[in-house]
Write a protein that binds this ligand. Structure first.
Ligand code: ADP
Length: 864
């Protein structure tokens, strides 16, 4: 420019303008600072070359021009710079806008991508709950296409029961615009399956007056499942803790932080809301255990070691609990010591243990008392696996010492050893089973114990017997008792047999009746008598008898006895045999009762006494015949005595006549001698009485009356006989001597029959002395009482006597040595005496003659 201007010699103004333009152009192109730097050069060139004076810079006139140029250029440059800057800014802003637009688009795209595929479900709903937008992920998660949800109520993806809640939540969001709300809820997929979501919702202003609710949902199904599982396992753990009575705890020693499980609270009986502290444990610990617990914990703290201990708690109600605690010590992430552990309520176990211990003690005591020891024997090692204290006592083993097989054998009775070895051997061979055996223990002091053993073999996993387990019971005492019992039983059996024999021999059969008096049992012998037991069993006793109607009173009395449950003896009744013959039964019975005194019936014996009854009847007949005979002989005797009797009667009659005549004489006097007459009459009366007495006696003897047993004095009878026979004695020149013992006891007898006996003996004596001429004929009648209180009467004569041969025969009927004799006298005498329970015999006598004597027993009633 300068060169061009210099060459063209342009004017200053043109040059300056050119320069200015150049500067402005440069200013347009560049920045202000290079253009400002650039205009220094035109300024200098202009001032030097073109401002007059040219080539001179000192001319002051140049200054205004140059300054003007400078100002113009500066202003121009500045303005251009400003315009250029503004343009640049505008360009830059436009470029930035373009850039940000692209960026926004990118971002929107990105966000849309994120929105669409974000693994969070996004819903945009209007206040009525209609879905305005939903991301693909959200729709897909629910099994829908987004288009299936948009425009529909959001409630369709919720469970029916949750819909009111959703409405309420949306309403809340609308009410509190801009505020976030979170909840967890279940959503229902198109296929009906359910998922758990955590929803975060917020209402926003969308258009000017439009509100929308944005909901972001996160699928928490897995978490929920885990949570449920966790909750379940927590519940299980709590349950397990409760069931096992085991609580857990943690204790950070440094921070003092304590955690207890629910069960721990329960064990220590604290309210679960209580803040757990170590002090609570100390408070509950039994005072006696506190020191030990503290010491254990302190030691564990010092040594930082795990520990385990048992202690007791004293509960507020005074009960005691036993606890077992297992505690682990460790350092946590912060380096603090922490204890975690488990505490178990072992009260029940402790009690069970105590119970067990007590049971063991009881068992030992029971074994001791019952003399029963238990044992277990290893069949391979041949040694005891276990033996109770009682086994040691039974065998006399030292409880502290192992027992060798030799020692055991030495304690077993040698006789029992083979069997004792055989029995277990057999059990081992049989591979199991139960076996019992008896043996004797021979103690070192020689004492013997009898053992009853019960055992069984235990089969091991190899199928072979590994062990024998059993008990030994000391039955020595039982054995002795059993022996005694057996002896007693044998004795009892023998005694039973003996009594049965007695009963059976004393009777014909045994019977038993029930409480209703029906026959329940009958010994077989009844068959022999013709009463089959089978026909009688079940009958009432009076149904068997045939004399109930004939003898009602007898049976009435008998049944009264039965009703009174009294024993009865010798009850006689009549019945018929199967063959129809009548038999007589004598029966005796006794009631029997059970232990409580209940009447069970009668037991008794019966005898067929038909023969006895028949014999009695025969005897009665015989007696009758004998009495008849006695009567006949008596009458015969009387016949023999006719002379004497006539004399006995004639004598008083003659006296009566004589006295009567005398009386008449006394009365016939002029002066009747009345006193003499009276005397005569008195004698007449006496003689009359005497005569009538004789007649009475004869009548008595001749009378055929019934036998009348009555207490009589034998001396009286003797005297009566003498009175009757006095004449007979006199006529036969026999002197009579009587030696009658005074105050003899009375005997029970028939006066007439006894008179007959004595008369007979006296008459025989008189007759036996008929031939005696060389000595006085003397007859002695003696009565006496012997040591046994019996009455003796002896008639002794000094007649011809009786030869030894005749001694037995004289009592035979029809034996007589007399020509007119009947030979019935002595025979009848003997049967009379015997009927009185006595005996008649001939007494041995050295002198000539004979002594007949009889003995009569005293009757019981008479004795008393
Ligand atoms: P009986 O007198 O009718 O002969 P007894 O029976 O009384 O009948 O006597 C039988 C016999 O016993 C007599 O015949 C006589 O031989 C003998 N006897 C009886 N009593 C005596 C007596 N006291 N002394 C001698 N013999 C006697």
């Amino acid at each position: 420019m300068t060169l061009t201007s210099l060459y063209l010699h342009t004017q200053f103004a043109a040059t300056a303008f050119g320069y200015l333009e150049m500067i402005l152009v440069f200013s347009l192109m560049g920045s202000f600072i290079p253009s400002a730097t650039l205009f220094i050069l035109p300024f200098a060139a202009l001032a030097y070359f073109f401002a007059p004076p040219t080539f001179n810079l000192d001319d002051p006139r140049d200054l205004p021009v140059v300054v003007a140029f400078l100002v113009a250029s500066i202003v121009g440059t500045h303005l251009i710079g400003k315009v250029r800057r503004e343009r640049e800014v505008a360009l830059e802003a436009a470029a930035r806008l373009r850039r940000s637009e692209a960026e926004l688009r990118d971002r929107e795209k990105q966000w849309r991508e994120i929105f669409e595929h974000n693994p969070v479900m996004h819903f945009m709903v209007n206040p009525t709950g209609t879905v305005l937008n939903v991301n693909t992920f959200g729709a897909t998660q629910l099994g829908y296409a987004p288009s299936e949800l948009v425009g529909h109520s959001v409630l369709k993806v919720f469970l029916e029961e949750d819909r009111p809640f959703v409405r309420e939540r949306v309403g809340l969001c609308i009410k509190t615009v801009g505020q976030s709300h979170t909840w967890e809820i279940q959503k229902i997929r198109k296929d009906g399956s359910v998922l758990w979501v955590r929803e975060n919702a917020k209402a926003m202003q969308w258009a000017e007056d439009k509100l929308v609710v944005l909901i972001a949902c996160e699928d928490i199904t897995e978490r929920k499942r885990t949570e449920t599982a966790l909750r379940r396992s927590e519940a299980h753990l709590a349950q397990a803790q409760e069931l096992s009575r085991t609580g857990s705890f943690g204790w950070n020693v440094a921070t003092g932080e304590v955690h207890w499980s629910k069960e721990t609270f329960r064990i220590f009986q604290y309210d679960p809301s209580t803040e757990p502290t170590p002090q609570l444990v100390v408070d509950r610990t039994h005072p006696e255990d506190r020191a030990a617990v503290r010491e254990t914990i302190e030691r564990a703290l010092q040594n930082e070691e795990d520990f385990e201990h048992e202690y007791r708690l004293l509960m507020p109600d005074g009960s005691v609990k036993h606890l077992h605690a297992v505690v682990r010590a460790f350092r946590n992430a912060s380096g603090d010591i922490e204890f975690v552990g488990a505490v178990t309520d072992i009260t029940a176990a402790k009690q069970a243990e105590q119970q067990l211990r007590r049971s063991e003690a009881y068992l030992a005591e029971a074994q001791h008392l019952s003399h029963t020891g238990s044992w277990s024997w290893d069949v391979h090692r041949l040694e005891f696996v276990y033996r109770s204290a009682e086994i040691d006592r039974l065998f006399g083993f030292d409880p502290e010492q192992a027992v060798s097989i030799e020692t055991i054998r030495s304690r077993i009775h040698p006789d029992d050893l083979p069997r004792l070895q055989e029995v277990p051997r057999q059990a081992i061979e049989d591979k199991g089973g139960h076996f019992e055996y008896d043996f004797r223990i021979l103690l070192p002091d020689g004492a013997i114990r009898r053992i009853h053993s019960v055992a069984h073999a235990v089969v091991g996993s190899d199928g072979h017997v590994s062990e024998l387990i059993g008990t030994h019971m000391d039955v020595t005492e039982q054995h002795a008792a059993r022996e005694l019992l057996e002896k007693a039983l044998a004795a009892l059996r023998e005694s039973e047999q003996r009594f049965r024999d007695y009963a059976e021999t004393a009777s014909d059969w045994l019977w038993e009746t029930g409480p209703d008096h029906r026959v329940t049992l009958l010994s077989e012998h009844t068959n022999a008598v013709g009463i089959p037991a089978t026909e009688v069993i079940g009958l009432l006793r009076w149904e068997i008898a045939r004399d109930v109607e004939a003898e009602p009173e007898k049976w009435r009395q008998h049944r009264a006895t039965l009703d009174a449950r009294l024993p009865f003896r010798d009850f006689i009744y009549r019945t018929d045999t199967q063959m129809g013959s009548t038999i007589y039964v004598r029966t005796s019975g006794k009631p029997f009762f059970d232990a409580d005194g209940n009447f069970l019936g009668y037991r008794g014996v019966s005898t067929d006494i038909t023969a006895t009854i028949r014999a009695d009847q025969a005897e009665r007949e015989l007696r009758k015949a004998q009495a008849e005979l006695a009567h006949v002989t008596r009458v015969t005797t009387l016949g023999e005595l006719t002379t004497s009797i006539a004399h006995e009667i004639n004598q008083p009659l003659a006296a009566i006549v004589t006295n009567g005549e005398a009386c008449l004489g006394w009365l016939g006097r002029e002066t009747p001698d009345l006193s003499a007459a009276r005397c005569s009459v008195e004698w007449i009366i006496e003689d009359g009485i005497r005569a009538s007495e004789v007649i009475r006696r004869i009548r008595a003897l001749a009378k055929k009356g019934e036998v009348e047993m009555a207490p009589v004095d034998i001396n009286d009878i003797v005297k009566e006989v003498i009175a009757l026979l006095t004449r007979e004695l006199v006529s036969h020149q026999v002197s009579l001597r009587t030696e009658l013992a005074p105050a003899l006891p009375l005997i029970l007898g028939d006066r007439v029959q006894l008179q007959q006996v004595i008369t007979n003996l006296v008459m025989n004596g008189i007759e036996a002395m008929q031939a005696v001429r060389d000595r006085p004929r003397e007859l002695v009648i003696q009565s006496s009482e012997d040591d046994m209180g019996r009455v003796h009467l002896a008639v002794t004569d000094c007649g011809i006597g009786i030869t030894e041969d005749d001694e037995d025969r004289v009592f035979n009927p029809f034996f007589t040595t007399k020509s007119s004799g009947l030979g019935m006298g002595l025979s009848i005498c003997r049967s009379i005496v015997e009927a009185h329970g006595g005996s008649l015999s001939i007494a041995r006598k050295q002198e000539p003659g004979a002594t007949f004597q009889f003995v009569l027993p005293l009757h019981k009633e008479v004795v008393s």
